[in-house]
Design a protein around this ligand. Sequence first.
Ligand code: ADP
Length: 633
Amino acid sequence: MMPPREWLKPPRSLLTLLFLVTFVSISALGWLGWKLLDQERMVEAQRARERLEESADRIAAIARGTLAETGERLGAWLISPPADGKPEEGVLLTVNAGALTASPSHRLLYRPAQRLQVDDDSATFADAEVIEFQQKLPERAIDVYRRLASSQNQETRAGALMRLARVFRKLARTEDARAAYTQLAQLKGVRLAGVPADLIANHAIAELTRSPTAAIALKQGLRNARWPLTRAQFAWYWSEASRLTGDIQPASAEPSALAQAVEQGWTQVARDEAPRGQTTVWVASQPWFLIWRGAPDHRAILVINPESLLKPVFGSDVVLAAVDGEGRVVAGRRNRTAQRVVRTQAETQLPWTLEMTSAQSLDAAGLVVRQRFLLLAMAIMVMFLIAGAYFIARAIRGDLAVARMQSDFVSAVSHEFRSPLTSIRQLSEILALGRVPNDDRRRVYYETLVRETTRLQRLVEALLNFGRMEAGVRRYRFEPLDAAALVSRVAAEFEPQIAPFGRRIKVGGCAGECTIDADPEAISVALRNLVDNALKYAPECPTVEVQWGVKDSQVAISVRDRGPGIPDAEKRAIFRKFVRGSAAEKANVKGSGVGLAMVRHIVAAHGGDVTVASEPGAGSIFTILLPLGVETK
Ligand code: ADP
């Protein structure tokens, strides 16, 4: 017979099946979840792309608007030049009747070379120069130049002052030369051989006086584009100023790049007959955008860094790059890794292709939240599945245990019936056939018949009682009962069966009266079951002790044996119906497994409890605890 723990184990195949079903369900759930997440990611990517497409169109429209607006502003500036300091970014070149003006002028270090109208003043100064160089009469030349220097004509004055200073320098009359140059420096807007007269004067003063202040002022003037110069002129005067100040330093990078861009773009723009246009030029790997309005001789051109022009289209949500026909980034920055949306020049009517990527990664907050929610839902479902599988396993285990115990019960009860029935049948046959040799023998046979039928009757009654108890229809008739009398009566019942085997029941208890309110019949059955078990499971032990006493206003009737004891693991289970313990198996004792369940039922119906204290190998003490009867109280 199997111990109770093993009875509780469901078959392995059923568990495997349950495990497989659970595993497959969880895998399917996981796969479904993964697919859902994937789909969610795809949908989010699609949405992000749509958002990006929308942004791309919006940005292209803004860029178009910005360009159109710039064009309009150019048109307006063509009619009335902008206020000083305008435009804020880049430089505006205005060509009017062939003359080039830069605004703000200080941003442009030098201008594109123009065919300048160089005044031919050789005739004016021819006579004086003959006196100066051929006749070598400087004093006379000075007189002539002085006279010419008071001319009303600015160019003549400038030319005369310059020549006057030259003669003074040759004569080493430095102070006079300086005075002449100082006068020359007053003449603004006059050019001598294409060079601004005041620049010539300032340079000459710096050189003549060797004054660092003058040299620095000259350099400062060049840096601030005080004089409209060609690139060659600027380069020469810049190197001169650097020589005089003693430092060799290039002009600051940005303005010179702008001047180079203007120079480079000018060659294209000046020749272009179209009344409006735009182009991009590259100077030292930096792009510059030129946009113009008007005819070649009456034209406004804006030279600007594309980045500053496109400033209004840069936003925080999109990474934008404007790319020219050769794939060079004109403005913004490229992000090749992310999802890209491209708007070509043909689509946008812009001079560049626009490439846009989303500035936010796909793991946008919304997606993360949704994914987390989905994962949580999946986790909860998986937990439910596992919990479900666990409870199903438990239920199966319980049902199987009950089924197995019931079948064991049936076979055990059949065995219990078989042995008395067999002896009754055999003895009845012997008696019926009259084969009994003498009266003594016959008496023994009759006594055995009585004992076996009583045993059968008890068995049947016990089963019927148990059935009634289980169904809850067992009625108890409570009456005051003396515990001592109860114990003695039950012990006496066992006496005839055990005395021949040298065994006995030792009874004892407290001296005082010890009454309980109990159904005498039922409580006797309970006590009898305990005593019967003690005798059954401790066959080697000659004495079973039954004690009664009062403890905490309860009557305790305990049955003690010195048998095999009960392992801790079984102490609770043996009180359940049909459960049989290891002692039953070891001692090969027949039984139905309902004895202790009945005891528990009966005692509970009396408002009491039954406990077991046992040490394996040292015996067991079963104690019935019942409320003290009213009379004793
Ligand atoms: P049964 O005696 O018919 O098996 P019970 O319900 O009376 O059914 O007892 C249940 C189990 O408790 C027994 O199978 C046995 O293993 C264990 N048991 C009961 N009384 C004792 C005892 N005095 N000593 C050892 N084991 C006991």
